[in-house]
Design a binder for this molecule. Structure first.
Ligand code: SAM
Length: 256
């Protein structure tokens, strides 16, 4: 899926390109994830991230970069409320349609850019940002988004993030930072880079594990119902060495 397209230099060009691509693909996004990750990976990803942040019935949740709601939809019935944010308005429309179909009324949506929008401060018990931060160009902008999410968490609030691993989804034969064929920017993290970003943004109790760490020839054939296996495999520290992506878990300090 990668091409040799140059990384755009203008700060709005990358954003416009991604919004255009996400808007165009919104209707197909559920199927795209099932096709690209396989039924096991698709369901295992949701299980892994939600398991890491451990939702409770009374939790207020931020889904940062929610897309069409692959995480918000299964999570809605387990928590008090969700604010689902994305800068692709077509993705938000798909999510709103799914919420209406399922009669879910505790999910609020907002169209905005995580690097600059005003999120409600000190509000959320947990936040998730799966597959989002690696699409934000520049260390500085990624930190802005991570700090914006941090200050929207209550002190002690938990965050689960999924990012591309360098050597995983982005193999070492490809550019570490570049553009997908869809003209969407990406940056693939080493474990050290991911930890540094979490620390510099102000998170504590940081844990890093792998997502899809078993050989792809196996996981691609596993059925969706076996996705209970994914959080178990991710408990092993070696999971970061062989995985497709990295699961980053952290908390806002209790006293901040
Ligand atoms: C790979 S998709 C993941 C969507 C969803 N989290 C999931 O896992 O199904 C990345 C999403 O992040 C959104 N996104 C990327 N950068 C963003 C930003 N700076 N502000 C808000 N949304 C952003 C994109 O529009 C897209 O919907």
């Amino acid at each position: 899926m990668q091409s040799k397209v140059e990384v755009p230099t203008s700060s709005t060009q990358w954003k416009d390109q991604e919004i255009k691509a996400r808007d165009a693909d919104a209707e197909d996004y559920f199927d795209y994830c099932r096709r690209s990750l396989g039924p096991y990976g698709d369901r295992g990803q949701v299980k892994l991230v939600l398991g890491a942040v451990a939702p409770t019935r009374d939790a207020r949740v931020l889904d940062a970069g929610c897309g069409v709601g692959r995480f918000a939809l299964p999570l809605a019935s387990q928590v008090r409320s969700i604010l689902a944010v994305d800068y692709s308005s077509a993705s938000i429309e798909v999510l709103q349609g799914e919420l209406a179909k399922r009669g879910l009324t505790n999910v609020t949506t907002d169209v905005g850019d995580l690097t600059s929008m005003k999120l409600p401060p000190d509000t959320f018990d947990l936040a998730i940002a799966p597959g989002v931060i690696h699409h934000i160009p520049s260390t500085e902008s990624r930190l802005k988004a991570m700090r914006n999410i941090l200050s929207s968490l209550k002190p002690g609030g938990r965050l689960g993030v999924l990012v591309y691993r360098w050597g995983g989804n982005i193999r070492k034969s490809m550019p570490k930072e570049g553009m997908h064929a869809s003209h969407i920017y990406y940056f693939a993290f080493t474990v050290e880079e991911a930890r540094k970003m979490m620390e510099e943004a102000g998170y504590v109790d940081i844990r890093i594990r792998g997502f899809l760490s078993l050989p792809r020839r196996i996981t691609a054939r596993l059925p969706g119902w076996m996705s209970w296996l994914e959080p178990i495999v991710a408990q092993f520290p070696w999971s970061v060495l062989t995985s497709h992506s990295l699961l980053l878990f952290g908390r806002r300090p209790a006293s901040s």
